[in-house]
Design a protein around this ligand. Structure first.
Ligand code: ZN
Length: 466
């Protein structure tokens, strides 16, 4: 009998980790970090709920931290199988895991100083940089979209384009077992349609027996991408006309590249000045952009063609500032620049310096293009705070604040239903990676209406797949 168990993203959004067992093999799909609160972060150090040394292979859907962030820990706890992913996912995961390990070490050093003052034992980092590097040695299977590969004894995996971030995949697993052969389609994260850089999500090559799917936005739809790109171009053009700077707090992976592409569209349409000064002020976003430029074939065909003609990210006035000194020099610019910097929710990173210099300037603009969680500086500014505290300084908000909501890397409810309808009529649909009381349950009600059997697995629950 084939069994499925979820050890993360079970009735919650983060920590994706799903185990599929046959009589002959054990395959894990994703091994992500729990994120979002202190309690969730503490869950990362807990036991996995299975023996890592007995896993034959790990199939990685994409390089977001909540899907790959516990891989170094898995290896530290004796996983010795092979890791399979697409080539861009492998490169992006390297970037993401090394960054995460650096942050873990930094956090542990801070906690150690705190513990020393209280004469307590210093905590260990979840994993170190050395451990993250070691885990990269286990990535040795490169998958191409649409081509089946044998990942373990009696298990074939076919990666299909999920249209979520560069290299992202939904994976069809064909499993041989004494009880007969079965197929499971695991969605990973499903992208929204009409994205500027990525193709729309693909259907599985054959209708699967079972589906495991994400439900992040199972309860609502997003605005169209084209409307959001227009809104971004207009906000930048209006700020240029006023002579102010535009600050865009942005995530390094995918969102920064989407924004650069949107600016290049504005330039090509003559709606933005030809030599618009754009600063990509984030070492991680710069590295991610370089990886994008190396994989034109993983992007939309029209982008691919443009990339051959000229790099869509290489705007004439674009400057990439890796060094801290170059980043600090941007602070002297009083107007006319577009500055992209992290972190996306303004909880840390270089963007806080740019906000300090521009929030109080009436002709400047702050553009929020991503999700902002409660309690973050981004959320306070979006919610209309008149004054914020930055670097021990009270700053009165005078800049224009824009929130552009359509830049979503996730499918909305209608798109999720379309995606599922292209999977035929599976015997069972397992909902994961969603807020239990919102996206997940609302999506389940939609399935109920369509008489589609569905279930929300609990963490660690083992489900037989007859
Ligand atoms: Zn994702």
């Amino acid at each position: 009998m084939i069994h499925l168990s979820c050890h993360g993203a079970a009735r919650q959004v983060t920590g994706s980790c799903h185990l599929i067992e046959t009589g002959r093999a054990r395959v894990l799909v994703d091994c992500g970090l729990f994120q979002g609160s202190r309690e969730l972060a503490e869950d990362n150090a807990e036991a996995f709920g299975f023996d890592p040394s007995r896993i034959d292979a790990l199939v990685l859907t994409h390089a977001h931290l909540d899907h790959c962030g516990r891989i170094p820990l898995l290896v530290k706890r004796c996983f010795r199988g092979r890791i399979f992913s697409t080539a861009p996912t492998r490169e992006l995961a390297r970037l993401v895991l090394i960054d995460a390990a650096g942050l873990q070490e930094e956090e542990a050093r801070r906690a150690a100083r705190h513990a020393a003052r209280r004469k307590e034992r210093a905590p260990w980092p979840l994993y170190t940089l050395a451990e993250a590097f070691h885990s990269l040695d286990f990535f040795d299977g490169t998958a191409s979209y649409g081509e089946g590969i044998e990942v373990a004894d009696g298990v074939r995996a076919t990666f299909m384009n999920a249209g979520h971030i560069l290299g992202s995949a939904s994976v069809l697993l064909e499993l041989e077992d004494q009880g007969g052969a079965r197929t499971i389609y695991v969605s990973g994260d499903i992208g929204s349609c009409g994205r500027p850089l990525l193709d729309d999500p693909q259907a599985p090559p054959v209708p699967p027996d079972y589906v495991v799917m994400e439900t992040t936005y199972g309860d609502r739809d997003h605005r169209a991408w084209s409307a959001s790109i227009d809104e971004l171009i207009e906000a930048v053009a209006a700020t240029q006309a006023r002579g102010g700077n535009v600050i865009i707090p942005t995530f390094a992976l995918e969102r920064a590249q989407d924004v650069l592409y949107a600016l290049s569209v504005g330039l090509a349409q003559g709606r933005l000045p030809k030599h618009l000064a754009v600063f990509l002020d984030s070492p991680m976003a710069i590295s991610a952009t370089e990886i994008f430029a190396r994989y034109p074939q993983a992007m939309r065909t029209d982008v691919h063609a443009r990339l051959r003609a000229h790099d869509p990210f290489a705007l004439p006035g674009l400057r990439m500032t890796r060094e801290t000194a170059d980043s600090m020099a941007i602070n002297a610019i009083r107007g006319g620049a577009v500055i992209l910097a992290g972190s996306g929710m303004a909880t840390g990173g270089r963007v806080r310096h740019h906000l300090r210099h521009n929030l109080g300037v009436a002709h400047a603009s702050i553009l929020f293009v991503g999700y902002a969680a409660n309690g973050t500086l981004a959320r306070r500014i979006i919610d209309g705070a008149r004054q914020v505290r930055l670097f021990d300084e009270d700053i009165t908000v005078r800049a224009q604040i824009h929130t552009i909501n359509g830049f979503s890397a996730h499918a909305g409810q209608t798109e999720l239903l379309d995606w599922l309808s292209r999977c035929g009529t599976p015997r069972g649909v397992f909902l994961v990676h969603g807020d239990e009381d919102r996206g997940m349950r609302a999506f389940g009600e939609q399935l109920q209406r369509r008489r589609q059997p569905w279930h929300m697995p609990s963490a660690g629950e083992t489900i037989a797949l007859p």
